[in-house]
Design a protein around this ligand. Structure first.
Ligand code: BTN
Length: 317
């Protein structure tokens, strides 16, 4: 006998592929009773789907931004979906320890984690997800993952929202209008491994899509704020994962070149804030091992592997 979750997915597929379809026809196609169809339709409605009943049958109103396991069933990773969670990073870690690859998504996070131990505000309407993967490359090359993830996020934003996504070192996705730069998305990477092998990597991705922006983070914006309409988060996630998979197969030089093309940091005067101190200089390039190459005011060349980066106003070299 078919598992009921699959039947629900099948009903959803029929609703998506037919403008209008009767309960009788669906029952016939799926080999279940009309009452079973009706029950599944009610379940789907409870999950937030808008389904209209007309004398000729059911119609799915397809402009709702819904995330759930059914909507994300076509992704190449097993999806764990939560309405509310502390942080997708927490569940991702448990799953990673079991040796699984998966995508963990939450509608809201109560203890969202940002870089450098910061709190990440994660209200309804955003994309808050962690991807658990077991990459085949070594710990030395792990820096590539944040470049790949930020690049894939920027590309997905461009494709689905139709606006340009810029990148700020090390891994912020930025919207730029005139001289103003605002953060749209951020990446948080956690890795477990030994020198020559990565056991797992957890890539946390937070994107401000249809959500409100906290007044405590004036330097942030959302896609809705920019394009003045709501997007389907599912479309962004699917595109992002598709791009990320393509990047996973690329060599490091190509990835870094693609990243540099979208970078707002290179060629700029920047301040790098690090627990060990601050550095000011010109961001010259990204080294082959993923560091930001900085020329300081006294002409010293430094390689910076981590820290917060602030773009300074003075643009002259
Ligand atoms: C940053 O500081 O820019 C990184 C933000 C990363 C936020 C995402 S949201 C999904 C995942 N779960 C978390 O708690 N954090 C990351």
């Amino acid at each position: 006998m078919k598992k009921s979750k699959h039947t629900k997915q099948d009903i959803l597929k029929l609703l998506k592929t037919n403008k209008i379809i009767s309960g009788e026809k669906m029952a016939q196609i799926l080999g279940i009773s009309r009452t079973a169809v009706w029950k599944h339709i009610n379940d789907l409605k409870r999950k937030g789907y808008l389904i209209e009943v007309t004398p000729k049958g059911y119609t799915l109103i397809n402009n709702v931004d819904l995330l759930n396991e059914e909507e994300l069933a076509d992704l190449p990773y097993k999806v764990y979906y939560y309405k509310e969670i502390t942080s997708t990073m927490d569940i991702a870690k448990e799953i990673a320890e079991k040796g699984e690859e998966a995508l963990i998504i939450a509608e809201t996070q109560t203890k969202g984690k940002g870089r450098m131990g910061r709190f990440w505000y994660s209200p309804k309407g955003g994309i808050w997800m962690s991807l658990v993967i077991k990459p085949t490359f070594s710990l030395k090359e792990v820096y590539l993952l944040t470049y790949m993830a930020s690049l894939a996020t920027a590309l997905a934003i461009e494709k689905i929202a139709g606006i340009k996504g810029y990148l700020k070192w090390p891994n912020d996705i930025i919207y730029k209008e005139n001289d103003e730069e605002k953060k749209l998305a951020g990446i948080l990477l956690e890795v477990k491994g030994e020198i020559d092998k990565i056991n797992y990597a957890i890539i946390g991705i937070g994107i401000n899509v249809n959500n409100e922006i906290s007044s405590f983070v004036p330097e942030a914006t959302s896609l809705k704020e920019i394009i003045k309409k709501e997007l389907k988060r599912k479309d962004i996630i699917e595109e992002l994962i598709k791009e990320f998979k393509i990047l996973l197969e690329m060599d490091s030089v190509k990835i870094l070149n693609l990243w540099k093309d979208k970078s707002l940091t290179l060629g700029r005067k920047v301040k790098i804030i690090h627990p060990e101190g601050e550095k000011i200089g010109f961001a010259l390039d990204i080294s082959d091992d993923g560091a930001l190459i900085l020329k300081t005011e006294n002409e010293k060349i430094l390689k910076i592997y981590s820290g917060d980066c602030i773009h300074l106003r003075n643009l002259t070299k």
